[in-house]
Design a protein around this ligand. Sequence first.
Ligand SMILES: Nc1ncnc2c1ncn2[C@@H]1O[C@H](COP(=O)(O)OP(=O)(O)O)[C@@H](O)[C@H]1O
Ligand SMILES: [Mg+2]
Length: 1078
Amino acid sequence: MAKMEVKTSLLDNMIGVGDMVLLEPLSEETFINNLKKRFDHNEIYTYIGSVVISVNPYRSLPIYSPEKVEDYRNRNFYELSPHIFALSDEAYRSLRDQDKDQCILITGESGAGKTEASKLVMSYVAAVCGKGAEVNQVKEQLLQSNPVLEAFGNAKTVRNDNSSRFGKYMDIEFDFKGDPLGGVISNYLLEKSRVVKQPRGERNFHVFYQLLSGASEELLNKLKLERDFSRYNYLSLDSAKVNGVDDAANFRTVRNAMQIVGFMDHEAESVLEVVAAVLKLGNIEFKPESRVNGLDESKIKDKNELKEICELTGIDQSVLERAFSFRTVEAKQEKVSTTLNVAQAYYARDALAKNLYSRLFSWLVNRINESIKAQTKVRKKVMGVLDIYGFEIFEDNSFEQFIINYCNEKLQQIFIELTLKEEQEEYIREDIEWMHIDYFNNAIICDLIENNTNGILAMLDEECLRPGTVTDETFLEKLNQVCATHQHFESRMSKCSRFLNDTTLPHSCFRIQHYAGKVLYQVEGFVDKNNDLLYRDLSQAMWKAGHALIKSLFPEGNPAKINLKRPPTAGSQFKASVATLMKNLQTKNPNYIRCIKPNDKKAAHIFNEALVCHQIRYLGLLENVRVRRAGYAFRQAYEPCLERYKMLCKQTWPHWKGPARTGVEVLFNELEIPVEEYSFGRSKIFIRNPRTLFKLEDLRKQRLEDLATLIQKIYRGWKCRTHFLLMRKSQIVIAAWYRRYAQQKRYQQIKSSALVIQSYIRGWKARKILRELKHQKRCEEAVTTIAAYWHGTQVRREYRKFFRANAGKKIYEFTLQRIVQKYFLEMKNKMPSLSPIDKNWPSRPYLFLDSTHKELKRIFHLWRCKKYRDQFTDQQKLIYEEKLEASELFKDKKALYPSSVGQPFQGAYLEINKNPKYKKLKDAIEEKIIIAEVVNKINRANGKSTSRIFLLTNNNLLLADQKSGQIKSEVPLVDVTKVSMSSQNDGFFAVHLKEGSEAASKGDFLFSSDHLIEMATKLYRTTLSQTKQKLNIEISDEFLVQFRQDKVCVKFIQGNQKNGSVPTCKRKNNRLLEVAVP
Ligand SMILES: Nc1ncnc2c1ncn2[C@@H]1O[C@H](COP(=O)(O)OP(=O)(O)O)[C@@H](O)[C@H]1O
Ligand SMILES: [Mg+2]
């Protein structure tokens, strides 16, 4: 987004007036009030046209930041509030862009802020001009020349803690791009008297204090100095320390700056040696010594100091000592040597110190110039900065003030010349008729001072060169004669005795009416100061020094170049340098900064009107304004003028289509501004009187307010309307929605009400129908009932006669039939399962069916048993037959029986057919084997048992050896008569044989077997089927067995638990075998 260009003007938000040219009415009072008002609002800068007035704020203001630099960069001079940067920018830009050399003239009294202003200008230019390593080095060198010069040329005075005691003009040179190339510094009139004497409350030049405070012990030793200020006569003690100034630190800064500027180490050292020598010179003291001729001759009191100075400077001690005692005057090839008295010796000493120091200062300036001078020969553009004292009007004004004021007079001259010239040029450029401008031209005063034939300076020189006694008084007399008629010269004793009775004018004084006011000068010292005399013996002694720098400072001491012509006087020197300066300035475009000191206390916020008034007078600021306003007070290009005021006229507002000039013409006509108040230039409008401008400004302000109101009105209207439209739209939407909602609600209500009504009506209708139907039904029922009863009555009446005879029996039979039928039908549904062991049977419903019920149960059981049996295979049948047989034989007789029921009867436990072991046995038997099982055969003799294979075939019972399978005995079944066993839970049984049979010879067998029940049963069944006789099975706990010839009783007894759960058998005696059953 393009940055919005905000057109601003100096006229915006002005405090007082930013440009004194616009001051109305113009008087000293309004001028000061305006300055004060602005000063109180921290506006320290005010313009007079392009001149900047700067009032020293004595505190740091936040108006020099890099942001401010940016603000003022490339802006038009009148665009922002007055600032030194605006002036700097204007100067720099016209230098860079229009190829015009510039000079910035800074004037003002001591402490008014000149030096600060010059630094601000330099720093601004440094900030906005080109960048780059080389450029930066040049900038740095230019800027760092300041601390060096300030150390040697500045001192604390009562007016300013850092007062420049010399005039300085610095040319900064730029290339065509505006990059700095280098610079040249010129210095004017160093206040060298300060070296030997300082007024009360002031100090010598900074460098002395800096050296003593900041130098290392080593350096001090080398320079033969002591740190204590009080050791040195030239250093005033009452203000050796300055508040807020660190001399030691400044010393380091200065040495550093010297290095940056390009001083070699040995050069810097030489400089300090000279400084030391000057300090030590002050300590040389003289005493009078009577001579033969009756005159006093001065002698050095203590030669120690002299010795040290000579060591330091490499001067022959005797030469210097002599130079302090004698003075050689050469006249017409004749050398006359006269002795010096003590006063003359002191004068000589001080003159030497002053000269040494001031020449050192000039050397420094030259040395710096050598470093900072531009290295190229290309054409340069130049910006000169002149930091020189303004008018000085003290109680006692002497030669220095005269010189200074002369310089200012010249500057005013150049100002007038250049301003008027510029003004005139502008008028010509703008094609405006030039008219006579009433202003004071100070050329006449300059002439009074500098005229070569009868100017004051010329008179002074004449006096100084004149042979015979020359005093200040004779000089004044001369002036009284020569200048008496001059309008600006005043003296009590002048030829035309205008001032004879003027008591404000002492006899030893003359007064000059400078452009900035009258100044009274004391003539005392004029001659001396103008002569600036240094005895030749001293300069020669200095030239003889071994110290290269000192030697170079006194070239006139070289006897080879002896020059009888007097050196130029201080006055003529100054005049010459001012002339050069003026010539220099005249080629440049001047920019003025007028510095004003608001108070004498170096304090912020204090504005002493009397003091300011004084300065305004001698700076000739009102004069400035007048000159500036001589023709037209204000001018402005047409475009910005039209832009600024176009709202004042209907035709030009808001847009003017034609050329700006016609626009302005229309505008001014419309506003009925008197024709004589303005003129139309080629590109600018010229306004004669500030009043007109302010009228325009007022109208503009008013109009702006109206416009603001208008804009506000339209904006408010627009805002209200848009707001209203929005509200309306919203309202419609809301209303629509609300209506919809309300209708919905209403519809729902109606619907639900309709439903309720409907349901009530339906309910009512339904109930009505129901009632009718019920009634109808009841009627029908009633009819049916009545009909039934009626029929009943009819039938009964008809059948009564038949019914009475058989009805009871019939009903009984029928009921019985019904019950039985029902019983069977129910039984059918309640049948238990077909399992023969299922004991369930439905309960009996009627008592009279009890027997039927039991019978039925029995029949059903038999039937299901049969059903069950019918499922059996033949083999199963056989097994069950056997099991049945066993049951019949043993059930409830033998305790062992129940445990056998679950065991299937297998018969052939030993698989004789399959086992090869029994092959022989198998071969021996041809019949079918029914039982093949191992049994224990009880030994008849002792009751012990042996295992035997027990075999039962269809016809025989066989016993075989278990191991060999050899048949031991064979008994045909017909010979078996009986089987005996106990009733208990044991497997013992006895097989009785027929008496007399072959098998019976050994007696009956007594066995024990795990399958007793099965074996007995099978034996019984086989015997029965073979012999058709039932085998006798005796179950008794005591039976007899035939063993060979004896009959032995086998007795079963309960409970002998000797062998655990196995029954044991024991032969008790011949007749008893006891079996213990557990
Ligand atoms: N623009 C300024 N802002 C702040 N202080 C200033 C300004 N100008 C001057 N001063 C103060 O005033 C003192 C004297 O200024 P200086 O420039 O040395 O005066 P001059 O050179 O006119 O004798 C400075 O040391 C500084 O403290
Ligand atoms: Mg200064």
